[in-house]
Write a protein that binds this ligand. Structure first.
Ligand SMILES: Cc1cc2nc3c(=O)[nH]c(=O)nc-3n(C[C@H](O)[C@H](O)[C@H](O)COP(=O)(O)O)c2cc1C
Ligand code: SF4
Length: 574
């Protein structure tokens, strides 16, 4: 068995961060020398990932989600007030740091936070109060109430994938004796398309990788699940890990790979031990390792855990991250199928895609094809959250209407739905009769509901801040453009925007989506563009009726100088 790589740079930095609360210059040198990596690489990685810090964090390091579904600013402020610390600061005695992080994938569990990397959900004022007392008494997190750390699946509707729990090895046994061509044909005939968002044909992806000329190939499972509002892979990793590993093994057999990697988002670290245990039991059952089920086929899987970078969900950034580098997307082509991990042909598939592939191998393509639409076969797992009575996981055949989902989730007075997360589409009532399908409304799985009491501009602003924060900074249109979008929207939201600012916002949005290097920048303007198109009245109501209002208020910015010099007379103003 390839063990969990204890010496992977991200893992070593994580251990160091946990133990010493930051990564010092000296630590960087020592780690670089121990791992035989350039010092500059270790430093660049430390600075790239949000979960590593160059200055000491508190002994209790709390990150509140700032997602519209699993974040709650009021509760964060309550804890700050109670422990006398500001957001993004470490208290002078080093006891506590409180900060914010992007969605942690707990949108069906209400307000959530990471405490020393562990997830606590369903936060309430009472829990915050108890938490503050535990922190003040320096009670280790391991002694905090276990119920706070329990994370249920919240499955509300089962379909093709969720109804049945596959016995370990069932799909591998079903394909025993079949050639890789036969298995590939089965996957291709099923019409399975990638569930990570882009919807590329899985059969074709596997074929392109298999046909690429190389001595080595790799299978990578993308379990980065960072799109705000998405948590469906969490459920599959939690309850269908065997099927997922079976899907990876089948992919390995088809393309001729002997090694696979599961890239697990850092926020899901709490599942690591269970996933390792599943890998171990598969080894013991002869379902991983050498000569799997006596077939002569060798295949192994290792897990790499990320460290708080949404961009690492983009497949080439993810590959960079597995290669122990900052997650900066590569220039494509070449695509991973011909040049992926360490330059070798690599299949990158989403968790749900690989689970579906294992099922297709077991039941055959007809079983899969009976569900869905002509262009979108099978089912889709949706992570439903926001203003509804029943948030959770819903599995639907493709072709289900948005309205049906809203009804099932008990959503009333709905103003808008964000389908596919901030990178997806913000739709209003006029689209509720549309269908979830690649040919209509495509989604990686996020389905966030906003009722009429919600300030949609605030939601759009939250998404715009998210992209500005998560831009990796590699290319100028995205690095600068996402900040311009954020600033422009903030100006409008605060009541200082004019018609000119709205035009500028649209111009910038068009430029960012056209000129950015990767999918993050290309989709970052979606919330602003959809918002202006579908809900123009929200923006117009905020505009000032004048030509132009300067973004920078020079007179206000001199306030500090006035107060330092104790002057407030007319001459001290512009
Ligand atoms: C910014 C960005 C973030 C992404 N995040 C994810 C993710 O968290 N999970 C995922 O499976 N795909 C994600 N993708 C899509 C992947 O790049 C890739 O298309 C996908 O993993 C391929 O798997 P599939 O063919 O099974 O869908 C992301 C893409 C972009 C541009
Ligand atoms: S578009 Fe944004 S996230 Fe993508 S490479 Fe450019 S700066 Fe990085």
């Amino acid at each position: 068995m390839t063990p969990y790589p204890p010496e992977h740079l991200l893992h070593v930095l994580h251990e160091h961060q946990q133990q010493f609360l930051y990564i010092s210059d000296q630590a960087i040198c020592e780690i670089a020398s121990r791992l035989k990596l350039p010092r500059a690489q270790v430093e660049a990685v430390t600075e790239f990932y949000a979960f590593f810090h160059r200055a000491p964090r508190g002994r209790f390091d709390i990150l509140f989600s700032n997602c519209t579904s699993c974040g709650d600013q009021k509760l964060m402020q309550q804890l700050c007030d109670r422990l006398e610390v500001s957001v993004d600061q470490t208290r002078s005695d080093g006891l506590i740091s409180i900060g914010q992080t992007s969605c942690i994938g707990m949108c069906d569990h209400g307000a959530s936070a990471l405490v020393n990397g562990l997830t606590i959900t369903s936060l309430s004022e009472q829990i915050i109060e108890e938490m503050a007392s535990l922190i003040e008494s320096e009670t280790p997190v391991s002694a905090w109430p276990t119920s706070w750390f329990q994370i249920g699946n919240n499955i509300r509707k089962e379909g093709l994938l969720l109804t049945e729990s596959l016995e370990a090895g069932a799909a591998l046994k079903a394909i025993a004796g079949r050639s890789s061509d036969e298995i590939l044909n089965e996957i291709t005939a099923s019409g399975l398309k990638g569930r990570g968002g882009a919807g590329f044909s899985t059969g074709l992806k596997w074929k392109l990788c298999r046909d690429a000329d190389s001595d080595l190939r790799y299978v990578v499972c993308n379990a980065d699940e960072g799109e705000p509002g998405t948590f469906k892979d969490r459920i599959l990793l939690n309850s269908h890990a065997d099927t997922l590993f079976e899907g990876m093994t089948i992919c390995g057999q088809v393309i001729g790979a002997t090694q696979g990697y599961l890239y697990l988002r850092g926020e899901y670290r709490y599942m690591l031990d269970a996933l390792q245990a599943t890998l171990q039991s598969r080894h013991e059952a002869g379902l991983l390792g050498s000569n799997i089920l006596g077939s002569g086929f060798d295949f192994d899987i290792s897990i790499v855990v990320g460290a708080g970078a949404y961009i690492c969900g983009e497949e080439s950034a993810l590959i960079e991250s597995i290669e122990e580098k900052p997650g900066i997307p590569r220039i494509r082509p070449p695509f991973p199928v011909t040049s992926g991990l360490w330059g070798k042909p690599t299949v990158v598939n989403n968790v749900e895609t690989l689970v579906a592939a294992a099922r297709i191998a077991l039941h055959g393509h007809q079983w899969f094809e009976t569900s869905g639409t002509w262009q979108s076969k099978g089912s889709k797992l949706l992570s439903v959250s926001g203003d509804c009575a029943r948030p959770g996981i819903y599995e639907y055949p493709f072709g289900t209407t948005v309205q049906q989902i809203l009804d099932d989730a008990g959503a009333e007075n709905v103003q808008a739905v964000q389908v596919g997360g901030p990178a997806g589409r913000l739709i209003g009532e006029d689209h509720f009769s549309n269908h979830i399908a690649f040919e209509d409304i495509a989604t990686g799985g996020s389905f966030m509901i906003f009722d009429k009491s919600h300030d949609l501009l605030e939601v759009i602003s939250n998404f715009t801040h998210f992209f500005a924060h998560e831009s990796c900074g590699f290319c100028t249109p995205c690095r600068v453009g996402t900040r311009l979008l954020k600033n422009g929207l903030d100006k409008i939201c605060s009541g200082h925007g004019t018609a000119h600012d709205l035009d500028e916002l649209q111009r910038t949005a068009a430029l960012v989506s056209r000129r950015s290097h990767c999918g993050l920048g290309m989709t970052a303007p979606n919330p602003v563009r959809d918002g202006i198109k579908s809900f123009p009245q929200l923006f117009e109501a905020k505009l000032l009726h004048k030509e132009m209002e300067p973004e920078f208020n020079l007179d206000a910015s001199l306030e500090e100088a006035r107060s330092l010099t104790n002057r407030d007379d007319a001459e001290a103003h512009l």
